[in-house]
Design a protein around this ligand. Structure first.
Ligand code: MF3
Ligand code: CO
Ligand code: CO
Length: 295
């Protein structure tokens, strides 16, 4: 089925768009072709806003943790999306991707050679797959954005290394995010670390300001972009760090669905994402689950 003769992924079939009860507030862009964002409200948050952000971030992180036990050979990415959707709604959150610029699912599911923005469909997970699930929860007016990798059954050595190195690259990028430094230090650290293992860090998809808007306009590159992207980090800032590392070349192509981004050479990609708060004393992960366990 959704793999062709060469074992390459092909688009599957999607289910109808899921609904969200009317009592759950929607982001402004739902039902419109394009969002108002960037909304110009900036990337700095007050203590009160930060408390709301923490709650959205926690819901998104708890959702990813919940999915852990459901990721297994034989499960479809659409089933995982249904579980994510139901979890967010049960916590009175709106799945931010649902109706964002025409995206019609409550999560992104990016499998093997998919770099990002994979659409949940009837693709059946197989032993040895690596899967990224990206969930954003909109709650009390704030978006909390996070993603992580899942190993499906037994994954080969290279796949496991790719996942481990990507997680560590993200964590090192986060550690480098401190007040007074330029945003471009983050990508420098990530790209350097990836290179040590022979992996490329994807340039064309980036981290972003997040909070009151899903994407505020602030861009966080995952490569050494200096002297560009020189915005100085300040206490109170919030943005995502979400590096994508590939085993082969980062050249990509988009599927006809207008969303799914795959490597041209079909080499595999891994990604991890946290929403990060810049405090006076350094970075803080907002997208940690209630359990405190880090994936
Ligand atoms: N959550 C993704 C990010 O990290 C954005 C997905 S947009 C979608 O920025 F439309 F593809 F869902
Ligand atoms: Co993001
Ligand atoms: Co995301």
């Amino acid at each position: 089925m959704p793999k062709n003769a060469e074992g390459h992924l092909v688009p599957g079939r999607t289910t109808p768009m899921r609904t969200v009860p009317a009592r759950i507030p929607r982001p402004e862009y739902v039902g419109k072709a394009t969002p108002n964002e960037p909304d110009g409200t900036g990337d700095l948050y007050t203590a009160e806003e930060l408390e709301r952000l923490r709650r959205s971030c926690r819901i998104a992180a708890d959702c990813l943790e919940m999915l852990e036990e459901h990721v297994a050979p034989g499960v479809t990415t659409d089933r995982l999306d249904e579980l994510a959707h139901d979890f967010l709604v049960a916590h009175d959150a709106y799945p931010s991707t649902l109706g964002y610029r025409g995206f019609a699912k409550s999560s992104c599911t990016s499998l093997n050679e998919v770099i990002c923005h994979g659409i949940p469909d009837d693709t059946v997970l197989e032993d040895g797959d690596i899967l990224n699930i990206d969930v954003t929860a909109y709650f009390e007016g704030m978006h909390g954005d996070t993603n992580r990798m899942y190993l499906v059954g037994d994954v080969d050595e290279e796949g496991r290394r790719l996942v481990d190195v990507t997680r560590e690259a993200m964590l090192r990028g986060i550690k480098a995010a401190r007040p007074g430094r330029e945003v471009n230090v983050i990508g420098r650290v990530i790209e350097k670390y990836a290179g040590r293992f022979g992996f490329e860090s994807v340039r064309d998809y980036t981290g972003h300001g997040v909070g009151a808007a899903f994407h505020t306009g602030l861009i966080v590159p995952h490569y050494d972009a200096a002297p560009d992207y020189a915005t100085v980090m300040e206490p109170g800032m919030v943005f995502t760090i979400e590096p994508m590392l590939v085993t082969g070349s980062q050249d990509w192509e988009s599927w006809d669905d207008g969303w799914t981004i795959v490597t041209r050479d079909r080499s595999r990609c891994a990604q991890f994402e946290h929403t990060v708060f810049i405090g006076e004393d350094g970075p803080e992960l907002l997208t940690l689950p209630s359990s405190g366990r880090q994936p």
